[in-house]
Design a protein around this ligand. Sequence first.
Ligand SMILES: Cc1cc2nc3c(=O)[nH]c(=O)nc-3n(C[C@H](O)[C@H](O)[C@H](O)COP(=O)(O)OP(=O)(O)OC[C@H]3O[C@@H](n4cnc5c(N)ncnc54)[C@H](O)[C@@H]3O)c2cc1C
Length: 380
Amino acid sequence: MSKNFDLIIVGAGPAGSAAAFTAAKENISVLLLEEHPRIGVPVVCAEGLSRSTIKDYLDIKPEWISRKLSGSIIRGPDGDEFKVDFPECGWILNRKIFDPALANMAEARGAVIKTSARAINIENNEIIVNESGEKKKYKFKFLIGADGIASNVGRWMGINTRLNLNDIVVCAQYLIEGINIESHYTYLIIGEEYAPGGYAWIFPKSDNSANIGLGISPTKTKKKAKYFLDKWVKKEFANGKIVEKRFGGVPATILKRFSGKNFFLVGDAARFVNSLNGAGIACSIKSGIIAGNNAVLRLKGEKDYFEKEIKKEILKEIKFHYRIRKAYLKLTDKEYKEIFKIGKKVYGGKRIGHINMYHLVKEIVFSSPRLFYIGFSLLF
Ligand SMILES: Cc1cc2nc3c(=O)[nH]c(=O)nc-3n(C[C@H](O)[C@H](O)[C@H](O)COP(=O)(O)OP(=O)(O)OC[C@H]3O[C@@H](n4cnc5c(N)ncnc54)[C@H](O)[C@@H]3O)c2cc1C
């Protein structure tokens, strides 16, 4: 026997829960499925969220935060650093608390949440779920795929979500305790020694602990992300205690299609991530909210604006960052050093209120003939 829901959402990460709490308030029946027994465990994430990317969408509650941030320390390939003060720029979240809190908001508005419930297939308008070892079926009128980077929902609905080597940033991250850091600043580190084709990060979780990780492009090295992380941790954090190890990927591509007659894809499942810095939490929440609102319109038989709103609120920005990443992948360590110098000149020791990426990219592009060539051919 299958049960009926107006809307079924697969995946209770930020995207799925945001879709669920948005749609559930409109008096339609919502089922949110999560394969893990606990929402928010495990998540592969450095947990950074910038205020500017989320501000119109969600009020961040103090209990969801591990650390308030006051800026960044940027380190170049030579080990030279500069500091940028950016008061109230954002937070390091605690996703073990944040993710369940978003799901609780959906439940409080009437959504049904099932954990240990893995969607295993879709047949007609029915989703087949392995629920704690038992096979169950649920009928839906509308479906939202929020099942993260390894999304199956897109494939089941006929969308090519395959990621090639070019389309992924491969990441490794450890939560390390007992270390000495500037605990209200993120550290962002570039250079082939740390992270070929990507960057390394230290995101503080407390006075003496941090998410320390890196993302690399598999097109730039045959070595694994773990190799680079272990090498760095041994050199810089030998006295720290590794309490969690996480490995995962960030999608770095733009899908041609992310919706259909009776479904939307959101968050990582739709590849809505800033592929330059790996930030996907804000895009997940925004796309979840947009999908929740527009699924309700579809269910009411009204005209919806999903594609239009996604293009305006998400795609415009991630396409820009996607193009910068393509240019970034062409650079050598010598050029990373030049970029670091320009960053230092523009931002070093300054106190800022926002970052103008267009301005920074322009400064970089005009700083050398080769950077101009790469930038011009790929960006404009
Ligand atoms: C190492 C690393 C560091 C990162 N750091 C940051 C950062 O600092 N800031 C930032 O903004 N972004 C960061 N990201 C990206 C961010 O984690 C993701 O963009 C974000 O979690 C995407 O949210 P989502 O809801 O789309 O997917 P997810 O958070 O992946 O949630 C998907 C959910 O779907 C569930 N699921 C999957 N398949 C099924 C199924 N078949 N049935 C039922 N449930 C299913 C999963 O269990 C999961 O709970 C990082 C990513 C990586 C890999």
